[in-house]
Design a binder for this molecule. Structure first.
Ligand code: AHM
Ligand code: MG
Length: 283
């Protein structure tokens, strides 16, 4: 796993340079889910593909930006699923964006097969959070000579203060709206940038809170993709002492996507907010 994490540091540096220097415009393509692709989405995907394609531990890669699975080494140990540039709709306004990685055992593309996860935050500083299953996540920051050093071990408190509610309110169910309102009524503060990487990173580093992306009438199965987005963050939240569930109260790490681009409603939080969610949803 260390070899893979070392490669992720290289990828982080390369994508960071691309974000700072390359064209932010649209490419002529759409990705597998029909989203317009930015030139930067394509460039970030190419950096990751190029870097991972000579790692013998890697059996195959699956990208949010690719329709199909890409084989690398048939004897490799892991499948790496990734979102090369999450939050590409906010990169033009110079908000923080990120890359997300899920490292799955063999070709076991389920929550139970997920062995490790990581994300990169491209912000004023370049940061990386890595977690192997069952161990507290490590938060690293890149220094002056491009070397990453550990800043902290990530651990959530029992209860936080932040509320990051995703999606469009007019499409939320009355249950979800009442739940989100109840957190604000309790004193939670709104923190939502529209990029799940910085939004979840903030909750993790500030010790707790809730990030939700529910199923709603416009998107009954939510927006966030299981393999590249929801499951990697579920592993990180659980490793940090928090929880990650869907709207039926199932652990995200117990889910099994039917298709590689499947999405799921999701709730990530410290224990208190997740307990409140279960209560509000009658679970
Ligand atoms: P993307 O992968 O196309 O960038 O979309 C995922 C992003 C997440 O980072 C973020 O949490 C979510 O979309 C925001 O969606 P919304 O604007 O509907 O709240
Ligand atoms: Mg994404």
């Amino acid at each position: 796993m260390l070899t893979v994490f070392e490669k992720l540091k290289h990828i982080a540096q390369e994508i960071d340079k691309a974000i700072k220097n390359e064209d932010l415009g649209y490419s002529e393509n759409q990705n597998a889910t029909g989203d317009e692709q930015l030139k930067l989405d394509v460039a970030s995907d190419a950096i990751i593909e190029h870097t991972l394609s000579d790692v013998s531990l890697v059996k195959q890669i699956i990208s949010e930006e690719k329709e199909e699975i890409m084989p690398i080494n048939p004897d490799g140990k892991y499948t790496i699923c990734y979102d090369p540039l999450d939050g590409s709709s906010i990169v033009d306004v110079n908000f923080s964006v990120g890359s997300i990685f899920g490292i799955y055992e063999g070709d076991n593309l389920t929550g139970r097969g997920l062995r490790a996860a990581a994300y990169v935050v491209y912000g004023p500083r370049l940061e990386l959070v890595v977690a192997t299953r069952g161990h507290r996540p490590r938060h690293l920051r890149s220094g002056t000579r491009g070397l990453f050093s550990t800043r902290s071990i990530v651990q959530l408190k029992e209860k936080g203060k932040l509320n990051a509610p995703g999606g469009t309110q007019k499409y939320w169910s009355p249950t979800h709206k009442a739940f989100i309102d109840s957190l604000f009524a309790e004193g939670y503060r709104l923190r939502y940038s529209g990029g799940m990487v910085p939004d979840l990173h903030q909750i993790l580093l500030k010790g707790g809170g809730l990030f939700s992306y529910p199923g709603a009438s416009d998107r009954p199965k939510g927006k966030l993709r299981m393999l590249f987005e929801a499951l990697p963050f579920a592993l990180i939240f659980e490793a940090a002492g928090g929880e990650a569930i869907d709207e039926q109260g199932r652990r995200l790490l117990d889910l099994e996507p039917e298709h590689i681009h499947d999405t799921t409603p999701c709730f990530f939080g410290s224990r208190y907010e997740i307990a409140k969610m279960r209560e509000a949803y009658g679970l």
